[in-house]
Write a new protein. Structure first.
Length: 501
């Protein structure tokens, strides 16, 4: 304060000017300090949310490992680790630049073209990169479970790095860059509103789900799943259960926990009352979507089973996957719908999961962890739900959009404005078309070179022994001679006791 007084006194002749100078200076200092604190809070929030999203890698690893046979456990765990390593390098070198490089206030571009290798490493860019890196890792891990137990390591590395470095960034650019052709933040958005997806039902989950479907079709099913050793179709598909339900359960809860960074964190900032309200709504809808999805899938599966077998059962796997599908489905609309709609979306997600899961079996498509129903089915539902359930109040608060809202609310206004719904459907079709057009030939080429599927003998033995120097579970073998000696000793001891008695 004394320094401000001396500076103002030296620069001004009369007292009024001095006091005005002091007032203006203190106001400037106060404003700068408040801005600095706000920026610091926003940066911490984004880094913390990114850490929660990254923790989802633990969930993916545990869920995948528990859902497959123990002979391939090490293999799928290594894949999940490499999603972070190879995917992280790919996203640092080119992926982030393709997704967000060259963002400007005007114009539309198909792909970003600046900031390769984070050459413009401003503080804001660094925190934004870290948050989006966690998203890219999650996307790669979606596919790991689907192709587990039969995909070569080389193929996995090739597709996961290409996915994080190019395929996903193009989709992210179209939705979330200010220059994206689907982005609502574009200066000239599509149909005057653009596509709305707060946290990635489309760019993350649908992209991963479509790729998982492409991979599953080209890889073919695991041995013995739908066909016998001669290639003849089985009358009933063989069930290949995972080796650890507790690991599946742990993975499900880790994913649910990480989703509280995934969805609320996608507000990107928190240091204002309005953004805090948006983040809080996202957290509530995330919870309701997960809970409703789990209950919907469980009870619906129970009813179907009861009518088929006459026995009432409660399937844990369907319940867990229904929960995850609810989380995926509410990811896009979590900030633009009321809580009642979040609940409804969760209920629908449970049904979508079951229908998609049964469809895969009917068409003999093998998905070891049901990632396709969860992420493709749930992702499509989430993107379309924005066009159905988004309320005017929530759209304005979260995205500053007021003209086009969900179809159900436009009916309430006495009109039938389906503009937002139409854009959301276009977004769904775009993701499917892009991933199939790019990754379809890419995976076909890998398969043509003989790099896609493992050798049948390796599949029988398991990837852990054939490629990773031993089993994930080290169970000591007992000398059979020692076992026989123990039995003999116990027998003699019992015989002696009998004679004594």
């Amino acid at each position: 304060m004394s320094g401000v007084w001396e500076t103002c006194q030296a620069a001004n002749a009369d007292d009024n000017a001095v006091f005005k100078c002091i007032s203006d200076t203190l106001h400037k200092i106060s404003t700068e300090e408040i801005t600095s604190v706000r920026n610091g809070v926003d940066a911490f929030y984004l880094i913390f949310a990114g850490a929660l999203v990254y923790f989802m890698q633990t969930g993916f690893a545990m869920l995948c490992a528990g859902s497959i046979r123990s002979k391939n456990c090490k293999n799928v765990l290594l894949w999940n680790l490499l999603d972070s390593c190879g995917g992280g390098i790919a996203f640092w070198s080119v992926g982030y630049a393709f997704a967000y490089g060259g963002d400007t206030d005007e114009g539309t571009t198909f792909i970003g073209n600046t900031n390769f290798f984070l050459s413009d490493a401003s503080n804001e860019t660094l925190e934004h990169w870290f948050f989006n890196f966690a998203f890219a890792c999650a996307l790669s891990s979606i596919v790991a479970g689907t192709v587990a137990e039969r995909c070569q390591m080389t193929a996995y590395l090739l597709y996961s790095t290409f996915l994080a470095g190019f395929v996903y960034p193009v989709v992210a650019h179209s939705f979330w860059s200010t220059n994206g052709w689907l982005s609502f933040a574009n200066s000239d958005p599509l149909f005057g509103c653009g596509a709305v997806d707060l946290a990635g039902s489309g760019p993350v989950h649908m992209t991963g789900g479509v790729l998982a479907l492409v991979m599953a079709i080209q890889l073919g099913p695991r041995k013995g799943r739908f066909y016998d050793e001669t290639g003849k179709p089985l009358e009933e598909p063989a069930d290949i259960p995972g080796h650890s339900v507790p690991l599946q359960f742990l993975g499900t809860f880790c994913l649910w926990f990480g989703w509280y960074g995934f969805n609320p964190g996608s507000t990107l900032t928190i240091a204002s009352n309005s953004q805090g309200n948006v983040a809080a709504l996202a957290a509530v809808n995330t919870t309701l979507g997960a809970a409703a999805g789990a209950l919907s899938a469980m009870f619906t599966h129970t009813i179907i089973d009861q009518r088929r077998t006459g026995i009432v059962t409660y399937d844990l796997t369907s319940t867990m996957n229904g929960c995850l599908t609810g989380l995926v489905a509410v990811t896009a609309p979590c900030a633009s719908v009321e809580p009642w709609a979040g609940f409804v979306i969760g209920v629908l997600a449970g049904w979508v999961y079951l229908a998609a899961s049964f469809s895969l079996i009917r068409f003999r498509i093998d998905d070891a962890v049901d990632a396709i129903p969860v992420h493709l089915g749930g992702g499509m539902l989430g993107v379309i739900s924005v066009g159905l359930f988004s309320s005017p109040k929530r759209m304005e608060e979260a995205f500053d959009l007021t003209e086009h809202v969900g179809l159900f609310y436009s009916w309430g206004r006495g009109s039938s404005d389906a503009t937002l719904l139409a854009v959301q459907i276009i977004a769904v079709l775009w993701i499917i078309a892009w991933v199939v057009a790019v990754m379809g030939p890419y995976i076909w080429a890998i398969n043509y070179m003989g790099l896609l599927r493992i050798d049948p003998l390796e599949e029988d033995i398991g990837m852990d022994i054939s490629r990773h120097k031993g089993s994930a579970y080290q169970i000591e073998e007992v000398d059979i001679n020692k076992v026989e000696e123990l039995i003999s000793n116990r027998s003699e001891h019992g015989s002696t006791q009998g004679k004594t008695a």
